[in-house]
Structure formats: C-alpha cells, structure tokens
Write a new protein. Structure first.
Length: 144
C-alpha cells in the first residue's frame, strides 16, 4: 500500500497539470488582429458598402444602426478577396450597456465558438451552427 501511495505521489510531482481558464484577457489576446487597420476609418455598414467592400487584407471598423435602434460596432478582418473573414470583435450597445462579442467569420458568416463579455464580468460562450447563432448561450464565468 505504501508503494502504491509513493508511486502516485511521484507521478503527481512529475505530471504537468494544465488548467485552462477563460478570462477577459485570454479572449482579447485570442481575437486581437495582427492585420493593419483598413483605410477610411470607421464606416457605416449600410451607407458605405461601396467603400468597405474594397477593403482587403486589413482590420476594419463598421457601424450598424438598425431600425429598432440596435447599435453595433463591428471590427473584423477582411481577406484578400474583400470578404469578412477571420477575427471579429462586435460591440453591442442595444441593451443600454456595452457587451463585447468575440468570434470568427468565414466569408461573412460566424463560425466556431463566440464569447460574450458583459459589463458585470460574466462571460458567455455560444457555438455557431451552419453559420447561425444559437438562441441560447452558456455562462462560463460568473459575474460580480
């Protein structure tokens, strides 16, 4: 019995335990673009489509204001063909407070896991399916 206990303790000493924790900083680091900023500054998604559709190999900022007062700032990577493709940061002001949403696009459609960072410190995670966002999300970090 002592031998087994000794072996277990030795294994624990030499094992590398890796705990992955999701933090605001880890999300920001993961989705920060290395591309240069697109020319033209911040453009309106609807009004300036002719201008931003020319963006290639850069990280651009688009604003969107919907009829229902939905206000969103989207910062996204554009590929060499001018498609929204890659890392995307969306700031949603529609609920009266700022929510940061981090994820990736492929030809303008959301792919993979997207993270939502709320003002109270909560972090949510949602997994896209067939280029669509789900109706629900999982809170992976509790707020204050």
């Amino acid at each position: 019995m002592k031998n087994i206990l000794g072996i277990i303790i030795l294994e624990l000493l030499f094992c590398n335990f890796v705990f992955t924790s999701v933090t605001v900083q880890s999300i920001v680091d993961k989705f920060t673009s290395s591309l240069t900023e697109c020319e033209g500054g911040k453009l309106d998604m609807k009004k300036d489509k002719h201008e931003w559709s020319k963006w290639k190999n850069c990280f651009g900022s688009l604003t969107y204001i919907g009829e229902d007062e939905l206000t969103v700032l989207m910062q996204t990577e554009f590929d060499r063909f001018g498609n929204m493709h890659g890392k995307t940061i969306t700031t949603d002001y529609s609920r009266g407070y700022k929510t940061l949403i981090y994820g990736k696009n492929k030809k303008g459609n959301p792919i993979g896991s997207w993270y939502l960072i709320f003002p109270d410190g909560r972090i949510g995670k949602m997994k896209t399916k067939n280029g669509e966002f789900p109706n629900d999300m999982e809170i992976i970090v509790k707020g204050k």
